[in-house]
Ligand binder design. Structure first.
Ligand code: ATP
Length: 234
């Protein structure tokens, strides 16, 4: 469904992405792993239209979309759940979720989706009238994922959903991500937590210095000594 071909991105004189090629097939969970500064978040920002690549192709369902606006990407079904959650702290859980549906036409099945999300995350239902700032870190991550789902993603981009969250909640969130994927949402997951990410991924790419250093299924990568080396930054 999504293909990146030789994507380059520069921040001024810094070459953050130096020829990234990867693919997310329909219905799959693909993870993008690698050490700090490898270029994982930058790759997601190119896909969601936050940044325009200097070179290369981005193809969604056969259509070239590189450099299009965030609004175009959202309408095409690409939704970015950013690093650090970025919930609106002064708004309630319910208000944050409804904001996620802002690009959808009036009268579409927003209420059904709210119920579906409360089914995935009962904690959010219990806290629906609570301000987002009063949620725990893990609950805020659930809210950020729920808000992204309100945009009806075909492809959900997740940036470090495990960051700063207690291990027990991380396991719970990853389990729910798998359930969401089984209901038909493809995912591209950026993670530092390679072990956890590979557990739910059909395929993984490992980035190093703006390039893909290694790729394969969890079974293929598990015993690869280069994974450890790359992942730890050499
Ligand atoms: P992390 O896991 O730490 O978030 P990452 O793999 O997501 O790392 P990126 O955030 O994509 O990496 O950063 C890739 C490179 O681009 C890094 O060297 C970073 O310093 C640089 N970079 C990122 N954003 C900017 C920016 N706005 N201006 C200049 N350089 C940037």
């Amino acid at each position: 469904m999504l293909r990146l071909e030789n994507i380059h991105l520069n921040y001024g004189r810094i070459q953050a992405l130096r020829g990234i090629s990867l693919e997310v097939l329909p219905g799959k969970v693909v993870s993008l792993l690698g050490p700090n500064g490898a270029g994982k978040s930058s790759t997601l920002k190119v896909i969601s239209g936050l940044l325009s690549p200097n070179d290369g192709k981005l193809v969604l369902d056969g259509q070239a979309i590189e450099g299009r606006s965030c609004s175009f990407m959202v309408k095409s079904g690409i939704i970015h759940c950013p690093e650090g959650r970025r919930v609106f702290p002064e708004f309630t859980v319910m208000e944050n979720l409804r904001i996620g549906a802002y690009q959808r036409p009036q009268g579409s099945d927003v209420e059904d989706d709210l119920n579906r999300i409360f089914g995935y995350f009962p904690r959010l239902k219990e806290r629906s009238q609570q301000k987002a700032s009063t949620l725990s870190g893990g609950e805020q991550q659930m809210l950020a994922i729920g808000r992204s789902l309100m945009g009806k993603p075909k492809l959900l981009l997740l940036d470090e959903p495990s960051l700063g969250i207690a291990p027990k909640l991380v396991a719970e969130i990853f389990e729910i991500l798998r359930t969401i994927n089984r209901s038909g949402t493809s995912m591209l997951l950026v993670e530092q937590n390679a072990h956890m990410a590979m557990k739910i991924s059909d395929y993984s790419y490992v980035m190093e210095n703006g390039k893909i250093g290694l790729e394969g299924s969890a079974a293929e990568l598990k015993n690869n000594p280069k994974l450890r080396e790359l992942y730890l930054g050499g």
